[in-house]
Design a protein around this ligand. Structure first.
Ligand SMILES: [Zn+2]
Length: 157
């Protein structure tokens, strides 16, 4: 079992490296780092600035075993969701990012929401069945909140 886990961590490591490079550069611009549940987490400063510019209320993003979030509270709110993505990276490795974008492109082509209908997001929202929303449209103040169990309105965008 230990070997299996190690292989998954190695398989996902190019993505982890990318996320941690981003996180470490973020630290030079006011960011902070922590380690939780087997993943590196980076928040505040540059990574927060970056995430607040993403559409769809993104408040955290996973790259392998690295997770970037707006702030400590956002990372806590989103942790269960982001760890579904960690498991997806362990399965898909280098193919995760292309597969993610292909899924989004396909959903857009079908007239669906490229984020909420993305195969990987559907799985993450199903397993970690809570709504995550940024609580403000003000890009300086927005952070992530866990709005509780999904009540069928998660697909409204
Ligand atoms: Zn997600």
């Amino acid at each position: 079992m230990m070997l299996r886990k190690t292989l998954k961590v190695i398989w996902a490591s190019p993505n982890t490296l990318l996320g941690s490079l981003l996180g470490l550069v973020g630290i030079l611009f006011g960011g902070k780092a922590q380690f939780a549940r087997g993943a590196f987490e980076y928040h505040s400063g540059l990574v927060a600035w970056l995430l607040r510019r993403f559409p769809n209320n993104v408040c955290a993003m996973t790259l392998g075993h690295s997770i970037i979030g707006i702030d400590k509270e956002s990372l806590e709110a989103a942790r269960d969701h982001e760890h579904v993505h960690v498991r997806q990276y362990e399965r898909w490795g280098l193919f995760f990012i292309p597969a993610y974008f292909l899924s989004s492109a396909y959903m857009k082509y079908k007239g669906k929401n490229p984020y909420y209908d993305n195969h990987f997001e559907v799985e993450a929202y199903r397993i970690a069945a809570v709504n995550l929303r940024r609580n403000s449209t003000n890009s300086k103040e927005a952070r992530c909140e866990n709005l509780g169990l999904i009540d069928g309105e998660a697909n409204e965008s």
